[in-house]
Design a protein. Structure first.
Length: 264
């Protein structure tokens, strides 16, 4: 059993090297699955492009399982006053994504930007652009693979309506101009009847930091930046407004300093 564990860890490390194109050093354990990868010029390289796809899916599945099983610990990290807002936001975003994937109910409240009641599955996409409307399945959560995807963090589709969600834990810049350009490029205005941009925060305190991002007077849904007569609906929501997020035990940090690293 111990030998199997060592071999599994070695293969996992090799998969990380393969995905990130990391160089093999003298201290690196050169154990890898020779059916799917090869050692070439000091790097582990995939024999087939689909190997990288499989590796990414493996790590994603592991991460989803870890977040689901250790949400309480992750929330404690988020509540640590020395955790940077960047890390806090990424962890909160992952919790939200996993909750959406694992829950059969997203929202039943008509006030929550009319979000779909359920999500059947989650699907990741590669591009830095919005997905082609023709390729988007119904009741599916679309998640960008790239952590630096512009403007939004996840997408929900239901019929001819689509919701783009920006998850945030602190003050956030207005992403609407960028998102509008992305919608034009992807052909979303022609494909969808209603396009929604939702800012999702863990608390009312964070939600209130949005300022000019949300139209005034404050309403849940307001038409902004019309293109060809079609508006983008902009709204702000908190986890209290989502059935699958309501019991997240979010605790705001006592103080937040983006210059300080997290205690380890």
């Amino acid at each position: 059993k111990k030998d199997n564990e060592i071999a599994t860890n070695s293969i996992r490390n090799a998969a990380v090297h393969c995905l990130l194109s990391l160089p093999i050093t003298e201290s690196t354990v050169v154990t890898y699955d020779r059916k799917y990868s090869v050692l070439r010029e000091g790097h582990i390289e995939p024999l087939f492009p689909l190997v990288l796809v499989a590796y990414r899916q493996l790590f994603w599945d592991d991460m989803v399982k870890y977040i689901e099983e250790n949400e309480g610990f992750i929330l404690k990290v988020c509540g640590n006053e020395n955790t940077t807002n960047d890390l806090r936001g990424r962890l909160f975003e992952l919790i939200v994504i996993v909750r959406f994937i694992k829950s059969s109910v997203v929202s039943t409240s008509p006030d929550t930007a009319a979000l779909p009641a359920s999500v059947d599955n989650g699907r990741k996409f590669e591009s830095q652009k919005l997905p082609d409307p023709e390729s988007m399945q119904q009741n599916t959560l679309f998640i960008p693979k790239n952590s630096n995807f512009p403007a939004i963090d996840l997408i929900l589709k239901d019929g001819k309506d689509v919701w783009a969600v920006q998850v945030h834990v602190s003050e956030h810049p207005d992403v609407l101009p960028t998102f509008r350009s992305m919608c034009e490029e992807a052909g979303w205005f022609a494909a969808f009847d209603n396009i929604n941009l939702v800012y999702l925060s863990p608390s009312d305190e964070v939600k209130n930091l949005l300022g000019t991002c949300i139209p005034t007077p404050p309403v849940r849904r307001s038409k902004r930046l019309k293109v060809d007569g079609k508006p983008i609906y902009v709204s702000a929501a908190t986890i209290k407004e989502f059935v699958c997020l309501q019991n997240i035990q979010w605790t705001a940090p006592a103080t937040v300093d983006d210059t300080e690293p997290m205690d380890t």
